[in-house]
Design a protein around this ligand. Structure first.
Ligand code: PGA
Length: 255
């Protein structure tokens, strides 16, 4: 089963409107027709979604738009929150949920990740479900159990037919933003175990179609080691997503 590679840029809380427009423009200029076999998604802050969308739209770019978070209720008295309907209206095809920074700083849990995933799927937006272990869990040799539990809870009440829209991103917390990526073999082992979990829940055929990304200090100097791994279908990129040339070299590596 060949899966379409996917490279997602997570801009985190960076880039004002002018900077975001310039970065989207630079990435769009660097985009080459040869890259059409890789799906490319930019996830700027909410306040930049519209200007990035306009920039990509003006260039008729195939690069897609994603958000970094969502709330699961459709509308109402939830001050400060953004719904899946709102993301759809502004043109998002993807949305990152359950990033470790949101789990650490904003109380996100596997249960809220599940509610968010279902709200997104109902709007036709692909959830990028993040999972990952901290160093203590890895040192205690509990990584696989931890990830299996995170993924299983995040997917509760999501059908096999709906799984086609779901992306899983494995991001070991100790590798995020540190410059020190996991070893490609370590990442592959966990991504393979995620596919086994998907196969246990949905069967091997559906599991073989789901894209699983690696994230955590993936950059131009190490991407060539990750790209050939059989269960790694792309990357969720933070630091290297803020430099157009670096980001596009990651896209190129997955061709
Ligand atoms: P990083 O961030 O590439 O800077 O490690 C990845 C992420 O947090 O998604």
């Amino acid at each position: 089963m060949t899966r379409r590679p996917l490279i997602v840029g997570n801009w985190k809380m960076n880039m004002n409107v002018a900077q975001a427009t310039a970065l989207a423009q630079d990435i769009s200029y660097e985009y080459d027709r040869d890259f059409e076999d890789v799906d490319v998604v930019l996830c700027p802050p909410f306040t930049d979604l519209r200007s990035v969308r306009v920039t990509l739209g003006f260039d008729k770019s195939p690069i897609m738009l994603g958000a970094q978070n969502v709330y699961w209720q459709p509308s109402g008295a939830f001050t400060g929150e953004i719904s899946a309907e709102m993301l759809k209206e502004i043109g998002c095809n993807y949305c990152i949920i359950g990033h470790s920074e949101r789990r650490e700083h904003f109380g996100e849990t596997d249960e809220t990740v599940n509610l968010k995933a279902r709200a997104l799927i109902a709007q036709g937006i692909a959830p990028i479900i993040c999972c990952g272990e901290n160093l203590a869990t890895r040192d205690a040799k509990q990584t696989i159990g931890h990830i299996t539990s995170q993924v299983t809870t995040a997917l509760l009440n999501i059908s096999a037919a709906e799984l086609k829209d779901v992306v899983i991103a494995y991001e070991p917390i100790w590798a995020i933003g540190t410059g020190l990526a996991a070893l490609p073999e370590q990442a592959e082992d966990v991504c393979a175990s995620i596919r086994e979990t998907l196969a246990d829940i949905y069967g091997a055929t559906f599991a073989s179609k789901t894209r699983i990304l690696y994230g955590g200090s993936m950059k131009p100097s190490n991407v060539a080691q990750f790209a050939p791994m059989p269960n790694i279908d792309g990357g969720l990129i933070g630091t290297a997503a803020l430099v157009a040339g670096d980001f596009m070299s990651l896209v190129k590596a997955f061709l």
